[in-house]
Design a protein around this ligand. Structure first.
Ligand SMILES: [Zn+2]
Length: 94
């Protein structure tokens, strides 16, 4: 499954898939589920009471990684690689 279009919205990414389904990936959920080594080792997980939370879930830049994932650069300088499978697992819009 591949995205045919990824639109940046205020709160997340609206994704249209090759099977005509649409999903919405909320920035907060995407960042919180980051699977990089750094995030896995952090003992206090990111939460919305933290002072720089808004910055941490602000998308600064997004690019494709090969044909399996996107890389997101967040407002706090962190990078997340999000596979299409994980994006696809986000809520399906009606
Ligand atoms: Zn991470």
């Amino acid at each position: 499954m591949k995205p045919v279009e990824i639109k940046k919205q205020e709160k997340g990414l609206e994704i249209s898939w090759s099977d005509h389904q649409k999903t919405f990936a909320n920035f907060g959920s995407v960042r919180k589920s980051c699977t990089c080594a750094v995030c896995k080792e952090i003992k206090v997980p990111l939460n919305d009471t933290m002072p720089f939370y808004e910055r941490s879930i602000t998308l600064q830049k997004m690019e494709l990684v090969g044909n399996y994932a996107i890389e997101i650069l967040w407002g706090d300088g962190h990078r997340s690689i999000v596979s299409f499978d994980r994006l696809r697992a986000s809520t399906i819009e009606n």
